[in-house]
Design a protein around this ligand. Structure first.
Ligand SMILES: Cc1ncc(COP(=O)(O)O)c(C=O)c1O
Length: 450
């Protein structure tokens, strides 16, 4: 780190600021599967940044598209004006979305995509005459970003408790993680599909379906430590929504763009929602962008309901469809297609699964969960010090092994770029295994945590 770099002024997001600033972990460049740290080390990226750099860092075609666009037109509004890039990028996204979902609303990130989708859902029910349907259902341990809508339907106490009552009329389904029955499952767990029935038997029985606008779920819950849907679970949720006229929103901010080896988790599971929220891999994270992909007839209803020549949906962002994001996005979709990035993820998934489960039996490992190129490794917590064990692994991987992982609670969550090769898979899991073994040999040297 440059000796004169002042770290005082930046308030870092979701970070223990004081701890970080005592010993900063600085990244200064990135290429392919690696970051370079400020002390010149190559750091293997085990998390695709934050689940977002699916095609690897610094892809030249994406960089070039952004540079070209920046030289041609920096910004143009999408309020009452247009530019070709925004329309091209919407078409590119519609082209890979599940059939029937082909209308696209742009925003800047996953949080905005979620809030946009929730507003669309309530507004759509209202315009069809169902104005009582304002209730939104989320799940415990869900992460849907940090907007007020997102934290309301989200299910993480730490993200909610500081901010008052958030939205009224929200309820939550139980999450389907059940280590007791499903520990060390490979791929989808066998047990727990019946938890979906609680949606109808408990929540809809309590609130009445006529009050519920939408259910939002992450097909795979990522941020709270990789919670996989049990076999048949998502299909049940779809059926209950259909039966009761409730919109199903898949939040695919992390599962979109090949993470499971298919364009979307909806494709992987064969369950088509009414709306998909996405971001991150949408532009390979090179420029911020989010989107809501909507069923065509929902869009058509909005068009029909508003009087001729009036605005149909009172919502939008200054940077919706930003020219640089649009350029990055079209180039990203080309790269995904031309370099068969999703297919590469699908081909690597079995090897990744083997490597992940090779950690079974190591000290503290109480569960390993995997799907596509996602892995969660749940560790026994240090009594009285939740998060300490996993965070120590994170620090040692970074400083001693040159590997970047991510932790949430005492769970290690891995989501490498989809271009990872076998040697890098070995390096990633090898590093974690080594650190766990060393930690068990000298537990008193465990670093303190956030
Ligand atoms: C499922 C899900 N939804 C929404 C978000 C929020 O995205 P962003 O941080 O881009 O606002 C995330 C971020 O990780 C996510 O995992």
């Amino acid at each position: 780190m440059p000796a004169d770099l002042n770290t005082e002024h930046l308030w870092m997001p979701f970070t223990a600021n004081r701890q970080f600033k005592n010993k900063p972990r600085m990244l200064v460049s990135a290429s392919g599967m690696h970051y370079t740290s400020d002390d010149g080390r190559q750091i293997l990226d085990g998390t695709a940044g934050l689940w977002c750099v699916n095609a690897g860092h610094g892809h030249p075609k994406i960089t070039e598209a952004i540079q070209r666009q920046a030289g041609q037109m920096d910004f143009a509004p999408l309020f009452q004006m247009g530019h070709p890039g925004a329309f091209e990028s919407a078409s590119a996204l519609a082209a890979i979305a599940p059939e029937g979902l082909n209308r696209v609303f742009f925003c800047n990130d996953g949080s905005e995509a979620v809030d946009t989708a929730l507003k669309m859902a309530i507004a759509w029910q209202r315009m069809r005459g169902d104005s009582l349907r304002t209730r939104l259902i989320g799940r415990e341990r869900a992460y849907h970003g940090v907007g007020f809508g997102g934290i309301a339907v989200g299910g993480i106490a730490g993200n909610r408790k500081h901010f008052g009552p958030t939205l009224a009329g929200v309820d939550h389904l139980r999450h389907p993680l059940d280590i007791g029955r499903n520990a060390f499952s490979r791929g989808l767990p066998d047990h727990g599909a019946e938890i979906a029935d609680e949606f109808e038997q408990r929540l809809l029985a309590l609130h009445d379906p006529s009050t519920v606008a939408a259910l939002i779920v992450e097909p795979v819950q990522g941020s709270t430590g990789v919670i996989l849907p049990p076999k048949g679970y998502l299909q049940k949720l779809r059926a209950i929504c259909d039966k009761h006229g409730i919109l199903l929103i898949f939040d695919e901010v992390i599962t979109g763009f090949g993470r499971l080896g298919a364009p979307f988790a909806a494709d992987y599971f064969g369950v088509v929602p009414d709306m998909i929220t996405c971001a991150k891999g949408l532009t390979n994270a090179a420029v911020p962008m989010g989107a809501v992909i909507v069923r065509q007839d929902i869009y058509d209803d909005f068009m029909r309901a508003a009087p001729e020549d009036t605005i149909e949906f009172y919502h939008g962002y200054t940077y919706s469809g930003h020219p640089l994001a649009s350029a990055a996005m079209v180039a990203t979709m080309d790269v995904y297609r031309d370099e068969q990035i999703f297919e590469r993820a699908a081909a690597m998934a079995p090897y990744f699964e083997e490597a992940a489960h090779s950690l079974r039996g190591l000290p503290w490992v109480k569960d390993i969960r995997n799907l596509g190129l996602i892995c969660g490794i749940e560790l026994e917590s240090v009594p009285g010090k939740p998060t300490a064990r996993a965070f120590d692994v994170f620090l040692k991987c970074f400083w001693d092994k040159g590997v970047m992982i991510r932790t949430t609670g005492d769970i290690i969550a891995l989501s490498p770029p989809l271009i990872i090769d076998r040697a890098q898979v070995d390096q990633l899991f090898g590093a974690i295994g080594d650190v766990l073994k060393a930690q068990s040999a000298t537990p008193q040297q465990m670093a303190t945590t956030a």
